[in-house]
Design a protein around this ligand. Structure first.
Ligand code: PRP
Ligand code: URA
Length: 213
């Protein structure tokens, strides 16, 4: 189940919504938070890959030859934004085990809310591949915009962005900066607070996932 508007798809499947509600609860354990993020990653992966191109190939079943569909083109790239984006990665790789992985290390300066890069490693041929950038939180979108800028500098052309929670401000900024990059999210929350946190939100996704509060 999905709702689509202006390049944004809200994945309002009951399983996703139920798991997201559990993740929002402040007393949820690190273990449970991490597992839920992984499970939602898998469900979002199903949606973000829904329109992948397929081609027909000849195969042999035990009974006869048959022409059947397989995904065509080069293997896609999953690009988690560190740290919290890693929480989606295993779930996505469960569904697409041959995907390549690009790591983008960014943190948000707590005062300026600007993204600061500390690591970047991507396959050399990202220009020829579809790239799914992933981060649970789209708040100001400074991190998402910086990650996509960086991937484009390296030649990326076919990009999608997946998150768990988005603020309306973040969607507007990402759509403005990279209008061709479609967004998938499990929910669009009310707003950002004065510290750039999504409300009602779920708090700091990286800290909750790694138990670093
Ligand atoms: C969080 C989150 C996003 C970013 C979102 O990361 O995982 O990357 O903030 O905020 P933005 O849309 O305003 O840029 P954080 O900077 O806390 O780093 P961490 O994942 O290493 O904890
Ligand atoms: N990053 C987070 O982890 N949570 C927010 O609410 C905003 C940015």
């Amino acid at each position: 189940m999905t709702k689509q508007q202006d390049g944004v798809t809200v994945v309002d499947h009951p399983l996703v919504q139920h798991k997201l509600t559990l993740m929002r609860q402040k007393d949820r354990s690190t273990k449970s938070f991490r597992q839920l993020l992984n499970e939602i990653g898998m469900l979002l992966c199903y949606e973000v890959t829904r329109d992948l191109p397929v081609e027909m190939v000849d195969i042999e079943t035990p009974l006869q030859t048959s022409r059947q569909p397989v995904i065509s083109g080069k293997k896609m790239v999953f690009a988690p934004i560190l740290r919290a984006g890693v929480g989606f990665l295993d779930g996505m790789l469960e569904l697409v085990p041959a995907a390549r992985v690009a790591h983008i290390g960014l943190y948000r300066d707590p005062d300026t809310l600007q993204a600061v890069e500390y690591y970047f490693k991507a396959p050399s041929d990202i220009a020829d591949r579809m790239i799914v950038v992933m981060d649970p939180m789209l708040a100001t979108a400074n991190s998402a915009v910086a990650a996509i800028d960086r991937l484009k500098e390296r030649g990326a052309k076919d990009l999608r962005f997946v998150c768990l929670l988005a603020a309306p401000e973040g969607i507007e900024r990402l759509r403005g900066a990279h209008p061709e990059v479609r967004i998938w999210t499990a929910a669009i929350d009310e707003k950002l607070n004065d510290h750039g946190y999504i409300v009602p939100g779920l708090g700091d996704a990286g800290d909750r996932m790694f138990g670093t509060r």
